[in-house]
Design a binder for this molecule. Sequence first.
Ligand SMILES: [Zn+2]
Length: 68
Amino acid sequence: MPRRYKPVQLNAKPVPDELLHEAATCPQCDSRLTEVLGRMGLRLLFRCGQCRARFYRHPKAAAGARFV
Ligand SMILES: [Zn+2]
């Protein structure tokens, strides 16, 4: 059955518990209501809870979020 929206499948791997609470600022709407979706290498993959944009950033970088 075709799905209207594809689930997140970007080779993201599960993140350890301590990273699940990482916060990021959405590069699109500046919201901080973000959710950690997974990890790609050293980068954390986030989804904005407000505009649903997906982006990633390096865990230790304060800035530099990029769209997926
Ligand atoms: Zn957003």
